[in-house]
Design a protein around this ligand. Structure first.
Ligand SMILES: *Cc1c(COP(=O)(O)O)cnc(C)c1O
Length: 400
């Protein structure tokens, strides 16, 4: 998955363009920058690549979620539904805008279960955030259809699935908007960085203005200082060096995915020796960004025994049931409502009333599934030696 594996001359040359002018800021410095606008160019190229009308670069995938939710008008009093298997950033952003995260079960796609989503919609629901976890598609068309019936916005958290598609259509373009992360471990990386894509011009304008203190970015004689603003904003601006790296990494994204898909097919073949093994359900195998390979055993106990053997061979797999960053029952700070704020916000009202309580046992289907799933991360360049080790370890594990 990580694009840092292939960081090379292309990235260095793009960076050199910026260092040449010395302009690190995405706006202004008209003459000095010599026509070089890397962040803007990255946005244009990313939007074109995804087939989206607009793209807004920001400082991280987490910032992308916050900017998108804010532009969608989500705030205190609203509920936002996401899934119980995701990275903490998804619900951090929901709490950050003052809304309440509500969690659904995941199904055999390891993403949002549309049937459970229907059950969790209330009069307070404003937005749904399906996550395309571990590189593969959520059942996004079904989710968008449900959202339409209830007049709800859909924000796709595509942080882990840049370049993923369904029948050729890019993930992130099904809902009202889609967010991406380019952090250190994502398929394409800018070190830190994020992007939001949308087909809706007004939504993009709100994002563009909010992410830069409300600046309307309208050309005027006084330059930046003379710009107007129609609402309060914040600062989530991406800098030129990140934009430069993004341009080079984007050009390599399809090749990275193709390499990962090849490795994934080999891993799947290797795991097939385990009797009764099941594989994660893929909405469209051809559009899988193939950053991870997931396989399921019949129960958590057998999963533990198989993984002990894999670990004994030096190739232990990830069991997200034990992972504290991605799996609802392990989010102890969310469950406990831990926060630095004196009032206890966002878990408590300023008056001391509890706003929300989370029970770790409310997602039994997700727990059952996740604790019997094993996962290998797929590098862009898989060393033949490691692949061979995994293959022979899986063979040994086939008998337990
Ligand atoms: C990485 C990630 C994010 C956050 O991205 P950052 O760039 O690290 O802030 C959000 N959602 C998911 C699902 C992620 O994996």
């Amino acid at each position: 998955m990580p694009g840092y594996e292939i960081f090379g001359d292309e990235e260095k040359n793009e960076i050199a363009d910026v260092l040449e002018t010395g302009v690190l800021f995405r706006y202004e410095f008209g003459e000095q920058r010599n026509g070089i606008y890397k962040v803007r160019e990255f946005e244009e190229k990313f939007a074109a690549y995804c087939g989206a009308a607009h793209a807004q670069a920001v400082t991280s995938g987490t910032a992308a979620l916050k900017v998108a939710l804010t532009a969608l008008g989500v705030g205190p009093g609203d509920e936002v539904i996401t899934q119980g298997f995701t990275f903490v950033a998804t619900w951090e952003a929901i709490l950050e805008v003052g809304a309440i995260p509500v969690f659904t079960e995941v199904d055999e796609t390891l993403n949002m279960d549309p049937a459970d989503l229907e059950k969790k919609i209330t009069a307070k629901t404003r937005c749904i955030i399906p996550v395309h976890m571990l590189g593969a598609q959520a059942r996004i068309e079904e989710i968008v259809a449900i959202a339409r019936r209830h007049s709800l916005a859909v924000l796709e958290d595509t942080a882990q699935a840049a370049g993923g598609r369904i029948q050729g259509r890019h993930l992130g373009t099904f809902g009202n908007c889609g967010t991406f992360s380019f952090d250190a471990v994502k398929t394409m990386t800018t070190g830190e960085g994020g992007m939001i894509i949308t087909g809706e011009r007004d939504l993009w304008r709100s994002m563009s203005e909010y992410h830069d203190h409300g600046h309307d970015h309208a050309v005027n004689p006084a330059g930046r200082g003379g710009e107007g603003r129609s609402f309060i904003g914040f600062n989530f601006r991406m800098m030129e060096l990140q934009g430069a790296i993004g341009i080079a990494q984007l050009a390599k994204l399809d090749a990275m995915i193709a390499a990962q898909q090849k490795t994934k097919a080999l891993l799947r073949e290797a795991a097939s020796v385990i009797p009764g093994v099941q594989f994660r359900k893929l909405v469209d195998p051809e559009g899988d960004s193939a950053t991870f390979f997931c396989f399921m055993l019949d129960n958590a106990e057998r999963c533990r025994r198989v993984n002990a053997i894999l670990a004994g061979h030096g190739v232990g797999a990830i069991n997200f049931g034990e992972n504290t960053w991605h799996f609802y029952p392990k989010w102890e700070h969310l469950l406990a409502g831990s926060t630095l704020s004196r009032s206890g916000w966002p878990f408590m009202e300023p008056g001391g009333r509890r706003r929300v309580l989370y029970d770790k046992d409310v997602l039994p289907a997700t727990a059952e599934l996740i604790t019997r799933t094993l996962v290998y991360q797929i590098p862009v360049k898989m060393p033949a030696e490691r692949l061979e080790k995994i293959r022979s370890a899986l063979k040994s594990a086939a008998t337990v």
